[in-house]
Design a protein around this ligand. Sequence first.
Ligand code: ZN
Length: 300
Amino acid sequence: MRIVLLGAPGSGKGTQAKLLVDKYKIPQISTGDLLRAAVAARTELGKKAKAVMEAGQLVSDDIVLGIIQERLAKPDSKGGFILDGFPRNIPQAQALDAMLARLGQPLQLALLVDVDDAVLMKRLTGRRNCGSCGAIYNIYFSPPRTPGKCDHCGGILQHRSDDNEETVRNRLKVYHEQTSPLVSYYKAQGKLRTVRGVGGIGDIFRNICTVIESQIRPLAAVMGQIGASLAAKSKAAKAKKAAAKPVSVVKTKPKKAAKKKAKKKAVKKKAVKKVARKTKARKPVKKTKTKKGKKAKKTK
Ligand SMILES: [Zn+2]
């Protein structure tokens, strides 16, 4: 399975990515890690990236894509990958699509782990680390027993300077500016699925797995679609018969409403029949159309 993970800082998508790696035995491809590894291994692209970074510039999309492509050539990527932190904008997404198309391995799913900004704010600004043992707390969700003190070692809890409200707000703003076009991009491709990133880690993971199984098992999904369209067709046909109305009218209504309407109409018809019998209509009841039925009702 070939997945792009989307989610704000603090959404917990990193945690979920690790769980996916364990379950599906596919690598998580983080472009930051890849770049560092390529630089350390002094590959051709790594050397290029290093030169660019040393000049204080951003590594170009071409270099990043090249490094991703090299990573995808490794045997453990055969079953797919989870791409995390890339793409960050539409040109990158398009370049990625083009590359994956060349490899015959198009993306199957863009998974958005969605968390409200208010929750993200608390998750990110509430973080505290023990300066002695490294234990992690959150003053909103998992506070220490004594404020400011580590439960395990009594060490003093520290607040990272980049976890202050203004910095976090800015990070979230940047995230939304970058991500909303990507969300539209993948939605237009029919590849976007959203999972709420609140609640227990296990629950979120189960939801993610459900989405993956339904999205990525192509045969199952296709069969499901065929089944659904057949059911819709037969329903529409039944509704058409019952309502004796142009199909186009029935079609534009939601299926359930159409069925209900058809039922109502059937009941009405019965009533009309009764009325028609009472008024001793000369024409056979069978041919009585609804409009005439209404007239018959008026004659009562
Ligand atoms: Zn501690």
